[in-house]
Design a protein around this ligand. Sequence first.
Ligand SMILES: [Ca+2]
Length: 284
Amino acid sequence: MHVKVSNVVAAFGLAALVGLAQAADNRIFNPSFELENPAFSDRPEGWNPISAPAPQWVDASDPGAYVRTGSKAIKLPPSTNPGNRFMGWTTNVFLPDGSDLYDPDYTYLGGTVKVSGYYLVPPGQALANDTVGIKLEFRREPPNFSIYTAFEFAVPIAATNGQWQYFECEVTDAMMLAVGDWPPYATSVSILPFRWFPGDYGAGPLPQGDIFWDDLSMTQGDEPGPCNPADLAEPYGVLNFFDVQQFLASFSAHNPEADLAPPTGVFDFFDVSTYLNYFSAGCP
Ligand SMILES: [Ca+2]
């Protein structure tokens, strides 16, 4: 390893002196699903369920629930009937005063949109037979709100062994230009963790496996995002002392971004070891 544990430990004191690096500019409201919708106690604020009641807002104390940070996350179970063949959670929700939507702002051709999050499929389960991922609906200015274009990004369906997996997708200006030129242009983007089963419920295999999502992020711009789970602090795209410092601060505060190795919720040498492995691997 390029970083000795003794150096990491020595950095602990420094981290406390210098303080935390600034977080990235995440444009999603309530991205960790911690806030409750004041009007609906079964929904996170700023998010609406598609094909309710299938999509669930879960608490860490719920049986069988998985939460990465805080005490809340969202869950999409496999579809069981045509009434929920498309299900998900969307940011396409009106603000309380109705003036706009919770959809994050988007600047047309203003740089790459990067959406990321963490997903988990419980141990012993696997996704199968449907499309599961993140859909991005680029929308025009209110009161129009019509969809300019949309993109879907599927998660890999390989088994996750019950661990949180980092997922990231991008829409570049080139991808947006390839859609065509259809003004008025999009000014916001709906973020939808979703799943979709186009098949026949009476014949053939049905969708399988629960998926949980937590800690979503949407940024736009040509600044690179984190290159791997060790790239915790700006500047992103390079692994340096600021990343180590951020890790140590999060580790000592028991922040989930430092909880990199099982068992979840325990902060021990294995988390440090996993961090160092990511750090040694470097950015591409
Ligand atoms: Ca959460």
